[in-house]
Design a protein around this ligand. Structure first.
Ligand code: MUC
Ligand code: MG
Length: 367
């Protein structure tokens, strides 16, 4: 059970269709596959998606911090010394996706060693989640066509619509077109990725008051401290903190500030260990959570559903588990499948996934 080696392998898989949102756009999944090897031949895996416009990490920075700082601090720890692993990685500030991937690869290795699913180890509440699909910026007709295709093909009936463009009427129009096309029974919510000022966000929410939005996420920057509080106090749509609340301390601050009333948990940035801290913190405070998507590939999505399904509090709402559908390929031997609007947890030991060696050889960037 001793960690012998930690690898960080860059890979790049193009998207069939880019995802565009207020803080950036993604054309290629230029992620890092992290592998934790143990002295008894077990290999745990997870992926780190660099999001420079959200956390400042790049593919190169993730590899550097894993190779130079984390790997030497983790070698010789056992897979059960996760608190020590966590404390050592926390000596380095920032780098959330790199830390998260190492944490999840350690959990995967532990599950494989014990022959038990990580989802069962974490809590084992259920084996599936309803899926929410994220619709990026495009002309209204394209956004509607995408939502209809995803509904008809995969049975998805929950949509997160990217907003935060100027003028706000662009997004108000898109949300109105989606509601008109999809009818009253689908769930719609919005995510602004910090694109609006508080007054723009307030105007947009007023203009969409009849659209039955269930959540509004990160409409304005976290530094608009009083503006966010002002906005949250005047809307009946719950405010989700996503990129402003990526540590337990930030979650506390956003909630106590009155800047947010719900929290997005992303295993891509808090792994399993810190995600569980945040989940329990929210549950104890009576705050709803959403399992978010950091534009994950299938490895990351398998991690999100394993965590989300493991706990009652995170399994309630639909999880954002479908962005991989837009990738041209992926790394798994058996692709994930969304059917009837749901994604199931992989049953095998660990996270339940296997990396296809030929696919990794084709997409890796270091050879
Ligand atoms: C989201 O929920 O914001 C966009 C940037 C990022 O880091 O995650 C995505 C989705
Ligand atoms: Mg978000």
């Amino acid at each position: 059970m001793k960690i012998e080696k930690v690898e960080a392998i860059p890979f790049a898989i193009p998207y069939r269709k880019p995802l565009r949102f207020a803080s950036g756009e993604v054309h290629v999944a230029d992620h890092v596959l992290v592998r934790v090897h143990t002295d008894d031949g077990v290999v745990g895996v997870a992926e780190a998606p660099p999001r420079p416009y959200t956390y400042g990490e790049t593919q190169e920075s993730i590899i550097a911090v894993v190779d130079k700082l984390f790997a030497p601090q983790l070698v010789d720890l056992t897979l059960l010394e996760r608190e020590t692993a966590h404390a050592r990685m926390e000596r380095t500030v920032g780098n959330p996706a790199a830390k998260a991937a190492v944490d999840m690869a350690i959990w995967d290795a532990l599950g494989r060693t014990l022959g038990v699913s990580v989802s069962a180890l974490l809590g084992g509440f259920t084996d599936r989640m309803r899926v929410s699909h994220m619709v990026g910026f495009a002309p209204d007709a394209e956004m509607v066509a995408e939502a209809e295709r995803v509904r008809d093909t995969h049975g998805i009936r929950v949509f997160k619509v990217k907003v935060g463009r100027r003028p706000v009427e662009l997004d108000v129009g898109a949300c109105r077109a989606l509601r008109a096309a999809l009818g009253p029974d689908v769930e719609l919510y919005v995510d602004g990725n910090r694109g609006w000022t508080p007054s723009e966000a307030a105007r947009a929410l007023r203009a969409m008051a009849d659209l039955d939005l269930t959540l509004s996420e990160e409409l304005c920057p976290a530094d608009d401290v009083l503006g966010r509080r002002w906005l949250t106090a005047q809307t009946t749509v719950p405010t989700v903190a996503d990129e402003s609340a990526t540590t337990p301390g930030q979650v506390t601050r956003e909630l106590l500030d009155g800047a947010a009333t719900a929290i997005s948990i992303k295993t891509a940035r808090t792994g399993f260990s810190t995600s569980q801290r945040i989940l329990h913190q929210c549950e104890g405070l009576g705050v709803e959570v959403v399992m978010g998507n950091q534009i994950d590939g299938q490895v990351g999505t398998a991690c999100t559903v394993a965590f989300g399904a493991a706990h009652r509090h995170s399994a309630r709402r639909a999880g954002e588990l479908s962005n991989f559908l837009d990738m041209s390929d992926d790394l798994l031997t058996e692709p994930l499948e969304i059917a009837g609007g749901e994604l199931t947890v992989r049953p095998g030991p660990g996270i339940g996934i296997e990396i296809d060696p030929d696919k990794l050889a084709r997409y890796r960037q270091d050879r």
